[in-house]
Design a protein around this ligand. Structure first.
Ligand SMILES: C[S@@+](CC[C@H](N)C(=O)[O-])C[C@H]1O[C@@H](n2cnc3c(N)ncnc32)[C@H](O)[C@@H]1O
Length: 202
């Protein structure tokens, strides 16, 4: 992680606690767990929601066959500037994951990329997002994920049983079916679990 990321992150959290949702960026251990087992084909696209300062972006970059197979969607303009400087080869859109399906269409027409979405990797703090925003993002996800594609996010171990976290998983189960939950990633502040859903077959 680059020097200054913790301070930058904390500043953004204080400015906008519910959409930042964490006081520190995710660790390298959690970032690697977020991409573990994803095998990108030559045409596949991976979409990242809420890259922040870019820890998951770095892990995703390491599994990408080529840079145009990535699209990041981040709402905070300061994080977007930082990400563009840090990952000059990757496409980053300043916008909301609520319009992810539209951003992917724009990315396709800008780059000529025709591949399918293989995975959406999310760093969004779903449990603390306002309900209409959460619902909007899930609707967009439904439009975005083809059969067989994966959606991954994380929840903190200490918050896993809280009503908002449980409600989010229930909503996801109603749309995408059962979840696979990783073992705890202790080397993260705070420790976290990786949650994976697979979009159903047609
Ligand atoms: C918990 S932070 C995670 C940052 C990074 N992925 C990590 O793990 O360190 C959540 C990020 O989601 C972004 N965000 C929140 N709501 C968003 C939305 N509707 N669309 C896109 N990004 C959003 C925030 O600005 C922040 O960068």
């Amino acid at each position: 992680m680059a020097k200054g990321d913790h301070a930058r992150f904390l500043k953004t959290f204080l400015k906008n606690p519910s959409s930042t949702g964490a006081v520190a960026p995710s660790s390298e251990a959690l970032s690697k767990a977020m991409v573990r087992g994803i095998e990108m084909g030559g045409e596949d696209l991976v979409v990242e929601f809420g890259p922040g300062t870019g820890p998951f972006t770095k892990a995703i970059q390491e599994i990408l066959p080529s840079p145009e197979q990535y699209l990041g969607i981040e709402r905070d303009p300061e994080f977007v500037s930082l990400l563009r400087a840090r990952f000059p080869d990757l496409a980053l859109i300043e916008g909301s994951a609520e319009e992810a399906h539209l951003h992917v269409e724009t990315h396709r027409s800008d780059t000529g990329h025709t591949g399918r979405v293989k995975a959406v990797i999310s760093g969004l703090p779903f449990a603390s997002l306002p309900d209409p925003v959460q619902k909007g993002i899930l609707q967009s996800l439904l439009d975005l994920l083809p059969a067989g594609a994966e959606f991954r996010t994380f929840q903190y171990v200490h918050a896993y049983g809280l009503p908002k976290a449980v409600r989010f998983r229930k909503r996801m189960r109603e749309i995408f079916g059962p979840v696979t939950v990783s073992g705890p990633i202790f080397w993260n502040l705070p420790p976290a679990l990786v949650l994976t859903w697979s979009a159903g077959t047609d």
